[in-house]
Design a protein around this ligand. Structure first.
Ligand SMILES: NC(=O)C1=CN([C@@H]2O[C@H](COP(=O)(O)OP(=O)(O)OC[C@H]3O[C@@H](n4cnc5c(N)ncnc54)[C@H](OP(=O)(O)O)[C@@H]3O)[C@@H](O)[C@H]2O)C=CC1
Ligand SMILES: O=C(CO)COP(=O)(O)O
Length: 376
């Protein structure tokens, strides 16, 4: 049998250097993949002591236990700076993104370096998507993000379904090619905001499902579905494309998160339903739980944009302790979304659509009068 065709994978030029800022579970996992994918990669920890522990043990026992850090992966504290980095991956929770961005230039960021956000949440106080913040500082052509179902442990061992999104096609292609060389599927996208909002939506939907599942799985599914639809209406207004929500970064990641026994966002929802206050949950879980902070930001952003979002708003109130659980469940069960309207994409002129529509109807004879309408 002839060999299966292999995808054309561009080989990145040698000596390309990447720095991953943030040595939690995802930052560590991504750094392992970038090193496997051929970049000269450095993982930066927050403290000198963390860097020492990772260097000596060649393992991140706190955040990614059992995964050996390859010898070609450098470890250093964030104080070492970014002067030589050509790619800077930001692997900190969204609530820390602004603080990290503020320090990039004083850390020696080169004017040519690209910035890649790995966060699946929104940045306070305004609920800004991380790439929107990055592009306002550094220009859209230097900015990318990564989404898709990618639990850290499984990603380094078995793979993931990544999406690399950037408005600059070459940047998206380059990032995707490194992950593919590391053995992990990575789709390319030119819709970074859509991919980020899909990630924020899936975390919110997984938390909502977790908060509702003990009351009934139909209710849990309805909660997730409402939130996804509400965030999509907002994303559409930001120019996002539907593929970002229905593909790997949205639906794919929602399923992975909702099913994963280790999902922090779904678990946070379960704890809320058990009566644990939101403020105590991150310490119990021991890691970033994006949706706890992002949902209130998302609810406000949707309201400010005039998007009707009763379920996202109710979830925000549940998190803030302002809505009792039975009221949340009752609201989820009773909410009837507005009838879906026929929406016309802004990118396609109306005349073109209606001409195409009547041509298609013509092929099927639909423009011809029906038997009943035909004059006798
Ligand atoms: N884990 C996963 O499977 C996936 C996570 N993500 C996303 O990746 C992002 C990071 O999550 P994750 O790695 O899981 O979170 P973790 O809680 O595992 O780790 C967060 C890391 O960020 C570090 N950190 C926090 N603030 C700073 C700062 N100012 N400077 C440098 N480092 C800092 C923490 O350091 P310290 O230990 O010192 O507090 C810690 O190492 C989130 O947005 C998440 O949604 C995306 C896909 C999958
Ligand atoms: O984003 C993730 C997987 O793609 C991780 O989700 P949790 O933070 O809920 O574990």
């Amino acid at each position: 049998m002839p060999p299966l065709p292999r995808p054309q994978i561009p080989v990145p030029p040698p000596l390309r250097r990447a720095v991953v800022v943030g040595a939690g579970s995802f930052g560590t996992a991504v750094a392992v993949l970038l090193a496997r994918g051929g970049l000269r990669t450095t993982l930066q920890t927050r403290t000198v002591e963390q860097a020492r522990q990772l260097t000596e043990g060649r393992e991140n026992r706190v955040y990614l236990p059992g995964v050996e850090l390859p010898k070609e992966l450098r470890i250093e504290p964030a104080s070492a700076g970014l002067a030589r980095a050509e790619f800077v991956f930001l692997a900190v929770p969204s609530a820390r993104v602004e603080q990290v961005i503020a320090g990039l230039e004083s850390a020696g960021l080169s004017r040519r370096a690209s910035l890649v956000s790995l966060s699946k949440g929104l940045v306070p106080p305004a609920g800004t998507a991380p790439t929107v913040l990055l592009r306002s500082r550094f220009g859209a052509e230097r900015v990318a993000c990564v989404g898709g179902p990618a639990h850290a442990q499984e990603m380094v061992r078995e793979g993931a379904g990544l999406v690399a999104a950037a408005t600059d096609e070459e940047l998206a292609r380059l990032i995707a090619s490194v992950f593919i060389r590391a053995g992990v599927v990575c789709e390319q996208s030119d819709d970074p905001v859509g991919v980020e909002l899909a990630g924020a939506a899936k975390n919110a939907a997984a938390l909502a499902a977790g908060a509702t599942e003990a009351q009934g799985l139909n209710a849990a599914g309805a909660a997730a579905g409402h939130i996804f639809a509400e965030v999509w209406r907002f994303a559409e207004r930001q120019g996002a494309r539907p593929e970002s929500m229905i593909g790997l970064a949205g639906t794919g990641d929602l399923v992975a998160t909702a099913l994963a026994p280790q999902s922090r966002n779904r678990r946070a929802g379960e704890l809320l339903a058990e009566g644990v206050p939101a403020g105590e949950i991150p310490e119990r879980i021991g890691q970033a739980v994006e949706a706890l902070e992002s949902v209130p930001l998302l609810a406000r952003a949707l309201a400010d944009a005039g998007v009707e979002a009763p379920v996202t708003d109710a979830l925000s109130r549940l998190i803030r302790g302002q809505l009792p659980l039975p009221d949340w469940v009752a609201l989820v069960r009773a909410t009837v979304p507005q009838p879906a309207r026929r929406r016309v994409s802004r990118a396609v002129p109306r005349g073109l659509l209606s001409r195409a529509g009547s041509r298609i109807r013509g092929w099927f004879g639909a423009d011809a009068p029906s038997e009943r309408e035909r004059p006798a």
